[in-house]
Design a protein around this ligand. Structure first.
Ligand code: SER
Length: 584
């Protein structure tokens, strides 16, 4: 059995319910583009909301971290990884958590305890030394010399605010050297394999820390790193997770791994992440913004390295690699089989788009470099590479750094923004990495969308279904199935109905339930496949019930006045309404 199966079995036997991996895009957290840790989808439950599966949970979660994207190419960095996690939501705490981690490592995985060391929270002015964890480790036979006390490294929080707490981290001695008696966490022969966070606090935006309603445990173990350790390899890409992917790239390119490990790792990593992003039910496609931009960067960077390996770019090399990855993972992630063709299409389309200009772009780049009389590629040249040849700025930076040159990236971003404003396409935020969508006004629009959907059903017919929606701070757009242009009377009725419900001050309720129950209860839903097994359903009195990630207002009275400003055709059989809300 592999690590993932062993882990899930072990915790299921200890009364944990396995929960499915959440989609790669967080449903309710606009501060990040992708889920970066197993706990992220569980934040509401760590904050106190009851989880429908109970108080002991475990899973493997698809995680994507792109802040280290440019580091990929060495032996340890990956943009996608799976995180194993077990959670206690106000159930067990330090004692069981530490004991079970220790037993899993030493008994299930047969790691000798002499190869293990741990850190515990040293204490600071607010929170005292974690003596309970320290004593527990000693009682399990970990020598005191192998327990390091640290302050900053032993307090865990996902971002700036939210559930947090002291943690204890478990390290493995990954070297053939003699194991030092005293553990030094800064000695990089010791690698961290597991992090057990004791989440009992909540940090607010003003920096204050208060107790959560319950004491929780959140643990995380990276699959790729631990697998490499268990298999005794010092390069993650030589473990069973990657070996066959690397072999295939080697076969396709006719290049030996040792001859260009960097390009092979980049191709392997980026294609795998692109497979997971494009197969996700979130339906992400390459674009110039947000998640789509990351997907584009990954594919384009992989192509550039395929080019370096002299792979015939027009062959189906990317499909062969993607297909191997899908085969390896489809047992664990159904979306891979469901969306296999989508993945191949996304890769191929993006390849064709980029390939048309890549060679010319590189020639142009070399021309630019040869004519430079400074060590910096200025913003205009960087912009030309972006605009004419489709080079993500990061690609220009990478090519430049290979030639010891700098790029005026800040200048480029200014120019990029100017250009965006001029061409009146999407405005701010593209490079900040955040998603829009959770401001107060957008939240109001979200709820107004549900009311509009319900009103259309009452006025136009119950076979009206939502086909899409788009919300900005200035307006909402709503697409729905309908075979005729709405009459003035219908429009007026719809508007009146929505305003009537707003005036009736109806509470908006949010419930968690299984997808099956949600559908049985008659909840509306646009793309059922997009949702995990457990879903959030928002109900507005008995007017509307929809599967939705939110966010929504608490009461319809918060919305303001609703007004339809336009009704037009969108595509065959689909109409589009644009509406605004105002304060009066
Ligand atoms: N949230 C912690 C981490 O990501 C433990 O799961 O390390």
């Amino acid at each position: 059995m592999n690590l993932k199966d062993l882990y899930i079995d072990y915790f299921v036997n200890l009364g944990h319910k396995q929960i499915p991996s959440a989609p790669v895009v967080p449903e309710n957290d606009p501060s990040v583009l992708f889920n970066t840790a197993g706990m992220q989808p569980l934040i509401p439950y760590l904050m106190g909301q009851p989880h429908p599966y109970g108080t002991r949970l475990c899973d493997y979660q698809k995680c994507i971290r792109t802040n280290d994207l440019d580091e990929v190419g060495d032996t340890t960095h990956h943009t996608f990884f799976e995180m194993l996690g077990n959670w206690s939501l106000g159930d067990y705490f330090k004692d069981e958590s530490i004991t079970w981690s220790f037993n899993f490592l030493t008994k299930t995985l047969n790691i000798p305890k002499e190869r293990l060391a741990v850190t515990v929270f040293a204490g600071n002015k607010d929170i005292s030394f974690d003596k309970v964890s320290f004593d527990k480790w000693v009682s399990l036979g970990i020598s005191e010399k192998r327990i390091a006390k640290t302050e900053d490294d032993n307090f865990w929080i996902a971002g700036e605010t939210g559930p947090c707490g002291s943690d204890t981290e478990i390290f493995y001695f990954r070297s053939n050297d003699e194991i030092p008696e005293v553990f030094d966490p800064s000695d990089d022969r010791w690698v961290e394999i597991w992090n057990n966070v004791f989440m009992e606090y909540n940090k607010s935006s003003d920096g204050s820390i208060s107790f959560l309603p319950k004491k929780n445990v959140d643990t995380g173990m990276g699959v790729e790193r631990t697998t490499a350790i268990l298999e005794g390899v010092n390069d993650n890409y030589l473990s069973s997770i990657w070996k066959d992917v690397i072999d295939l790239i080697s076969e396709i390119s006719n290049v030996k791994y040792e001859d260009n490990p960097k390009s092979m790792r980049i191709i392997a990593d980026h294609i795998r992440t692109a497979v997971f992003i494009s197969s996700d039910y979130a339906g992400i496609k390459p674009s110039n913004t947000d998640q789509g931009y990351i997907l584009r960067r990954l594919i384009r960077r992989a192509i550039r390295h395929a080019f370096k390996l002299n792979i015939d770019i027009n062959s189906d090399w990317e499909k062969r690699i993607a297909s191997l990855i899908i085969d390896k993972y489809k047992k664990y992630y159904k979306e891979l089989s469901d969306n296999e063709q989508v993945v191949y299409e996304v890769l191929k389309n993006e390849k064709e788009k980029f390939n048309k200009t890549l060679e010319k772009g590189i020639k142009e780049f070399d021309k630019i470099v040869n004519s430079l009389n400074s060590d910096t590629i200025n913003k205009d040249l960087a912009f030309k590479l972006y605009d004419t040849y489709g080079f993500p700025i990061e690609l220009t930076e990478e090519l430049a750094s290979e030639r010891n040159l700098k790029v005026d990236t800040l200048g480029f971003k200014d120019k990029f923004r100017e250009h965006q404003e001029k061409s009146r396409t999407a405005s701010q935020g593209k490079f900040k990495g955040g998603l829009a969508g959770n401001s107060e006004i957008e939240t109001k629009y979200h709820t107004a969308t549900h009311l509009l959907n319900a009103a259309l059903k009452q006025v136009v017919g119950s076979d009206v279904h939502q086909k899409g929606s788009n919300i900005t701070v200035d307006r909402m757009r709503f697409d729905f199935s309908c075979d005729h242009k709405l009459t003035d009377e219908e429009k007026a009725k719809v508007e009146q109905l929505v305003n009537k419900w707003i005036n009736e001050s109806i509470d908006v309720k949010c419930t968690e339930m299984s997808k099956e129950d949600a559908i049985k209860s008659g909840a509306e839903c646009m793309f059922i496949e997009k949702y995990p097994d457990i879903v959030t359903v928002y109900s507005i009195g008995d007017i509307s019930k929809e599967l939705c990630g939110g966010p929504h207002v608490k009461n319809t009275s918060e919305i303001g006045k609703f007004k339809i400003i336009k009704e037009e055709a969108s595509s065959a059989g689909v109409r589009r309404i644009k509406a605004i809300i105002s304060d009066e």
